[in-house]
Design a protein around this ligand. Structure first.
Ligand code: EPZ
Length: 416
């Protein structure tokens, strides 16, 4: 198993280009099933979750190739509606293929994705919505079989603004009969990007980014050439990395509005942020003020930045708290940070960081994607050498964290 080996103590400085968004491109790749054409997705990150999604579509009968960072997807021929069990197990967000297949052929079979490192990850909101759209759903053992003879638009009131459920409904609705209204829809920038992609394919959809999305089903969609938005969580991760080391960096290809919940918190801690067109510059004073964090659906503070902020707060003298409201098992890095010397305790969905304690390099274990990235950040400031194991979690969402951080002056390498 490969590892990251990091020598702490280097102040990060320099400039980075941010890659395309994992959480925008995954639903857009799923959406190509709806257009029975050839689609060009530009600024596509070469990360393992994208590679799994490519594999899943190839097994469905699609032809896909890379042209540099553009993914060329030919969805004209579909050979099956059964999703590969082992690939679905590797990536639970493949559940959004249900909506796309309902719109494409009215039939789908998927294995229940099950929980992951963040908790149970139920899919009740997805299945309830599809049933309202005239989809018959039956389950045998772990397999879920969906069938509709007539996909019907519906009014869906989400009890929680679930990102995946919002996307699944959008994908099912764009080629259904009639009107679909989603109330209490997720408002993340990735939802807007999916809407913009679907409009480029000829869909009639509006309201993404607000709590109410309106879709008028159409018979057919066409291929498109589309550029994915930058990854706001990767941008946030590198801002936190620079702030950890009291460094200063310039990020290019960042949509400032998408990272505002993150930069607001960093400014409250004392960081200086200067907005540039299509980017931003962060500089960090020697002393940062610890603040409390509460994760919320967008536009609140993103749960995907919670672990990285925990590591940053370990460098502040104030005692602080982090309340995690979205996932019941997203504090897995606490035990690993404690191995390095951090003083953190968890009670229910709140973590208590009891002020600054020096961190010492040791061997620690990544247990989920963003937690693994946060452990790399801890290695940047720890005294001595930090070895992060199970880096396959990090490679799911970061194209090349070693090259990126090295470009900013970090001493980090991958040991095969
Ligand atoms: C998306 O996951 C992201 N993944 C996650 O990013 C992100 O953390 C999450 O949204 C929240 O922003 C992708 O976009 C691929 P949800 P998703 O449905 O869609 C509950 C990363 O690190 N829920 O908004 O699965 C659920 O249990 C990943 O890039 C139900 O109860 O998130 C959770 O508590 C991690 N029933 C809450 O909603 C359902 O049917 C948020 O889940 C669905 C969800």
């Amino acid at each position: 198993m490969s590892q990251y080996v990091i020598e702490g103590g280097k102040r990060l400085e320099g400039e980075l280009q941010i890659e395309g968004s994992k959480n925008a491109v995954l639903p857009i790749i799923a959406a190509t099933l709806l257009n029975e054409d050839i689609t060009y997705i530009r600024n596509c990150p070469k990360i393992s979750d994208v590679k799994i999604m490519i594999q899943i579509l190839k097994e469905l009968g699609c032809h896909i190739e890379w042209q540099d960072h553009t993914l060329v997807i030919d969805t004209r021929h579909l050979a099956t509606y059964v999703l590969n069990e082992s690939l679905v197990k590797k990536m639970r967000s493949s559940i959004i293929l249900l909506g796309a297949l309902m719109g494409r052929c009215g039939e789908a079979q998927i294995n229940r994705p099950g929980g992951c490192q963040l908790g149970a990850r139920p899919i009740d909101l997805h299945l309830d919505a599809l049933e309202k759209m005239n989809v018959m759903i039956s389950e045998m053992d772990e397999a879920i079989y969906c069938k509709t003879l007539h996909l019907q638009g519906a009014t869906i009131n989400l009890k929680f603004p679930s990102v995946g459920a919002t996307e699944n409904i959008m994908l099912a609705a764009v080629r259904s009969e009639g009107i679909t209204v989603i109330h209490n829809a997720a408002r993340e920038p990735e939802i807007i990007d999916l809407q913009d992609f679907l409009i480029a394919c000829g869909a009639k959809i509006k309201g993404a980014g607000t709590p109410t999305i309106l879709i008028q089903g159409v018979k057919k969609l066409r291929g498109a050439s589309y550029e994915v938005i930058p990854d706001r969580i990767i941008a946030g991760t590198y801002l936190a990395a620079a702030a950890m080391t009291r460094g200063s960096i310039r990020l290019k290809n960042v949509c400032y509005a998408h990272v505002k919940a993150i930069t607001d918190k960093l400014e409250m801690m004392g960081c200086k942020m200067v907005q540039e067109n299509n980017g931003l510059v962060l500089s960090t004073p020697q002393i940062l003020r610890g603040i409390d964090i509460v994760t919320e659906p967008y536009p609140g503070f993103p749960t995907d930045m919670q672990s990285q902020m925990m590591t940053l707060l370990c460098t502040c003298k104030e005692s602080t708290t982090i309340k995690e409201n979205l996932f019941e098992a997203r504090f897995k890095i606490v035990d690993e940070l404690k191995k390095m010397g951090a003083d953190i305790e968890v009670k229910g969905c709140t973590a208590y960081i009891n002020g600054y304690k020096p961190l010492y390099g040791t061997t620690i274990c990544a247990k989920d994607l963003r937690g693994g990235a946060a452990l790399v950040l801890a290695g940047l400031v720890a005294e001595g050498t930090t070895t992060v194991e199970h880096i396959e979690h990090v490679e799911r969402g970061y194209q090349n964290i070693v090259a990126d951080l090295s470009k900013l002056g970090a001493k980090i390498q991958e040991r095969k």
